[in-house]
Design a protein around this ligand. Structure first.
Ligand code: GAL
Length: 346
């Protein structure tokens, strides 16, 4: 009997330990929205009570970036309109990192000195994460990283930090699949290989690294032979995308079958260069981007761009804000929150 009891006890203990471990290593959890109406009537603050103010400091790597502009606008709107209520008012300050890490580190220091409740950081350089985390940890101000992923080691430095983003491997793979799904798998001239130009974002950024690698891997994994003609950094920028593709077209002309751009801004530039060179997307060249900016989606519909991949700034902004609200309330958070990409074709 005693033996039996001991066995039952140890099974129960094992099960509860496993559950505890499970929740610690949990990933991809969508947080409960901070304004979800879970509290009973009785726990509601009396109508006369003033709302608690939560100060949120947001720094964006640079304001002059199409995708991050949509992202920050949605972040601000969501905090103010959807998360703020009679009990909590989110006071949001958004600053421009101007693509300068020293400037951005100063901004974070100022948020800390001004006793902000939580910081949301889209780092200029992911490598600055450990410095930022140590600063925040010392002041006990939680920090949610967005868009540019710190290393797992950095995230392990403190339990009040997390990363909200999307898995860029997925977006790269989808770009490759969009090309593979074409009747000729991207081999327009039928020479048995896909000759391409790769317009890279910022090579320090994992989004750029993964999209560059996985877009091609999606083709080679399916047995498609490829030839890289040009691979150049365009810093996520439309004008640079245009320059790179214009000169590639001058150098390689009809040899170019596919132009892969790590984002849509550069794809918009590529489209201009392709038109200026008298080439026609869908007929004698293919072009893909990532982000699904409105303008690009409309070109996908008319066939002027072959396809793009939705980088869900709304989902990411909401998740980042929800996680920030949770950590301020003292609720446990996990290290990584990932929002899915979605393929966009005609
Ligand atoms: C990427 C996005 C790019 C650019 C970059 C900034 O996820 O696709 O357009 O905004 O983030 O880090």
């Amino acid at each position: 009997m005693k033996k039996m009891m001991a066995l039952v006890l140890s099974v129960v203990l094992m099960a509860s330990l496993l559950t505890a471990c499970g929740s610690k290593t949990e990933n991809n959890t969508t947080p409960t929205p901070a304004n979800s109406n879970t509290g009973a009537e009785a726990t509601k603050a009396p109508e006369t009570a003033t709302a608690k103010t939560v100060k949120v400091g947001i720094t964006i790597y640079k304001f002059d970036d199409n995708f991050m502009t949509l992202y920050r606008q949605e972040l601000e709107r969501y905090f103010k309109e959807d998360l703020s209520n009679d009990e909590v008012k989110y006071e949001v300050t958004v600053v421009d990192g101007k693509n300068d890490q020293a400037e951005q580190t100063n901004q974070i220091q100022t948020f800390i000195a001004d006793k902000y409740d939580v910081i949301i950081a889209n780092l200029v350089q992911s490598s600055a994460a450990s410095t930022v985390i140590n600063m925040c940890k010392e002041a006990n101000i939680p920090c949610i990283f967005i868009n540019r992923e710190p290393t797992a080691e950095d995230l392990d430095l403190w339990d009040k930090v997390a990363y909200v983003g999307a898995d860029a491997r997925q977006s790269g793979t989808m770009q490759g699949e969009i090309i593979y799904d074409l009747e000729n798998h991207g081999d327009l001239n039928g020479d048995g290989k896909v000759s391409y130009v790769m317009v890279i974002g910022d090579p320090e950024n994992v989004d750029a690294q993964y999209r560059t690698e996985y877009s091609i891997k999606a083709l080679t994994d399916k047995g498609v032979a490829v030839e890289e003609l040009v691979a150049q950094r365009g810093d996520w920028d439309q004008a640079k995308g245009q320059e790179i593709v214009a000169s590639a077209l001058t150098q390689y002309g009809d040899q170019i079958e596919v132009v892969f751009c790590n984002n849509d801004a550069m794809a918009l530039g590529a489209r201009q260069a392709i038109q200026a060179a008298g080439r026609t997307v869908g007929k004698d060249i293919y072009l893909v981007g990532v982000d699904a900016l409105d303008e690009v989606v409309s070109y996908v519909k008319t066939g002027e761009i072959t396809g793009t991949v939705l980088n869900d700034h709304v989902g990411q902004a909401h998740t980042a804000a929800d996680v920030a609200a949770q950590v301020v309330k003292g609720e446990a958070i996990v290290k990584n929150y990932t929002v899915d990409y979605v393929k966009v074709t005609k």
